[in-house]
Structures are given as structure tokens and as C-alpha cells.
Ligand binder design. Structure first.
Ligand code: NAD
Length: 259
């Protein structure tokens, strides 16, 4: 097992890519704390993980964009499991819009969760990661590497995460801490469902199929990604398999960026 004896915190680990990462980390022997905004969703995730036979899992409710919550999440994880080896900054939100149509509140919300949340959780995790010579894996996006239309706050936040990753990698390399990020293409998760909802795509029927086909065709591989495919890449960057890799932005995008 690749993470035997390791302790990980996965923000936004209650569903989607975060849940798939948590499940894979548990299978690889890690003790995992997951965070999320919804108590109900958190409880559901823990029940599912326990059904799979994993006991060393805990849910911590909180908002990554709030300093007190971010600090508390890290402290509870260390109190519960004794150390911290891996921080996965996965929590994120998507709100669309151009500079003209996105409100100031939309901008603040997306930047606060996606970018400031990554900064805050890393800040409070670093003292513990220094002790274990741990690893941070941030979740950026293809939208942090190339622009998308009507996605201003999201692109700006994820572009920020890519450079935050590289800058942190430089600052903490000598301390034995590696910092990398994943850049997924479109992945079938509740976030994509929400994006479709906002774009008035029906929940079933030919219009939905047409929309999904168009999204799939944006990727040279010709399909939308699965959360488990991103999780495997996060595992690679979090584990010793990537011991000489730091400061990288690894695409998991079916070739999207190669075009
Ligand atoms: P999701 O909406 O399914 O899950 C997001 C998780 O983040 C949830 O657990 C939610 O509770 C948590 N979260 C949101 N705001 C939070 C906050 N303020 N504090 C704490 N937790 C919060 O999303 P997903 O698709 O699994 O996305 C996970 C990450 O991957 C995000 O950073 C997202 O931007 C990124 N990503 C997703 C896609 C995609 O197509 N799904 C593509 C590229 C990147």
C-alpha cells in the first residue's frame, strides 16, 4: 500500500473528486480527514466509507475560506490522528460570468474558496507538514492553464492556484515538502451537474445528451473524465512515487491542453 501509516486531509472530500480521492487514499492505507460545508453530506460520506470497511476516517464541517475554520480543520486532524502527512486542497466552486456579468460577490466567493482557501489550509498545515516532510496537492483545472469563455472568476482563481503551487514549491522544497497541483479537464461530478443546471440543461433527455456529447468532444480522448481518474493522479503526487516532482501542474484532461 502506497500510503500506509500516512495521515491525509482532503478538503471537499465529501463528494465528487474529493470523495474518490478519499476512498483511494483509504484503500492505500491512509487515515483520512475530510471536510465540507454540509454536515449531512459529510455524515453520508463517512457512512459510505465505513461500509467499505474503513474505520480511520473523520468528517470536519467547515468553510475553507474562513481562517478560523481552516485552522480548526488542521488541528482536529492532528488531534485525531497524531500527525499530518498530506494536504489535498480540493474544495472548490464554479460560478460563471464575464467581467461584465459576474458580480463582485461572485468574484469574491470564487476567489475566496478556490484560491484563499488553498492559501489558508496550506498556511495552517505547514507547521505539521514540516515535521513529516509531507506533500501538498492542490486542485487547479485546465481553466487555470487556458482560458474558457464566460468563466472569469473561475479561470482567475485556478490560474492563481497554479502559480501559488509553483511558488509554494520553491519556498518549501528545502524543508522536504513537495507541492504540486492537478489540472483536470471536465469530470462528471455534482459540480458539472450544477454547471449544467445554471446553463438550463435539462436533467434528462436529448438536450442533455447533446450537451454532454459536446463537452466530451472537447477532449481528444472523446469523453468526460471520471473522479477516480483524477484521484489516481492525486495519489501519485501525494505518494513517494513522485518523490522528485515538485512545482508541477499535471493535466488529467484527456488531451484537452495538448490541442
Ligand atoms: P463538487 O462540487 O462535486 O465537490 C466540491 C466539494 O468542495 C464538496 O465537498 C463541497 O462541500 C466542498 N466545498 C465547496 N466549497 C467549500 C468551502 N467553502 N469550504 C469547504 N468545502 C467546500 O466538485 P468537484 O467537481 O468534485 O470538484 C473538486 C475540485 O476539482 C474543485 O476544486 C474543482 O474546481 C476542481 N475541478 C473540477 C472539474 C470538474 O469538471 N468537475 C474540473 C476541473 C477542476
Amino acid at each position: 500500500m502506497k500510503l500506509n501509516g500516512k495521515v491525509a486531509l482532503v478538503t471537499g472530500g465529501t463528494r465528487g473528486i474529493g470523495y474518490a480521492t478519499t476512498l483511494l487514499f483509504c484503500k492505500e492505507g491512509a487515515k483520512v480527514a475530510i471536510t465540507g460545508r454540509s454536515e449531512r453530506q459529510g455524515r453520508k460520506a463517512i457512512i459510505e466509507l465505513k461500509k467499505e470497511g474503513f474505520r480511520d476516517v473523520v468528517f470536519i464541517q467547515g468553510d475553507v475560506s474562513k481562517s478560523v475554520d481552516a485552522k480548526r480543520m488542521i488541528e482536529i486532524t492532528v488531534k485525531q490522528f497524531g500527525q499530518l502527512d498530506i494536504l489535498v486542497n480540493n474544495a472548490g466552486i464554479w460560478i460563471g460570468g464575464t467581467v461584465e456579468t459576474a458580480s463582485e460577490a461572485d468574484w469574491d466567493k470564487v476567489i475566496d474558496v478556490n484560491l484563499k482557501g488553498t492559501f489558508l489550509c496550506s498556511k495552517f498545515a505547514l507547521p505539521y507538514l514540516k515535521k513529516t516532510k509531507g506533500a501538498i496537492v492542490n486542485t487547479a483545472s485546465i481553466a487555470g492553464l487556458v482560458a474558457d469563455v464566460e468563466s472569469i472568476p473561475y479561470c482567475a482563481s485556478k490560474g492563481g492556484v497554479v502559480l501559488l503551487t509553483k511558488a509554494m514549491a520553491l519556498d518549501h522544497a528545502k524543508e522536504g515538502i513537495r507541492v504540486n497541483c492537478v489540472c483536470p479537464g471536465y469530470v462528471m461530478t455534482p459540480m458539472l451537474e450544477q454547471e449544467m443546471l445554471e446553463e438550463d440543461v435539462p436533467k434528462s433527455g436529448p438536450d442533455r445528451e447533446k450537451y454532454l456529447k459536446e463537452i466530451a468532444e472537447l477532449h481528444p480522448i472523446g469523453r468526460i473524465g471520471e473522479p477516480e481518474e483524477v484521484a489516481k493522479t492525486v495519489l501519485f503526487l501525494a505518494s513517494n512515487d513522485s518523490s522528485f516532482i515538485t512545482g508541477t501542474a499535471l493535466t488529467v484532461d484527456g488531451g484537452y491542453i495538448a490541442q
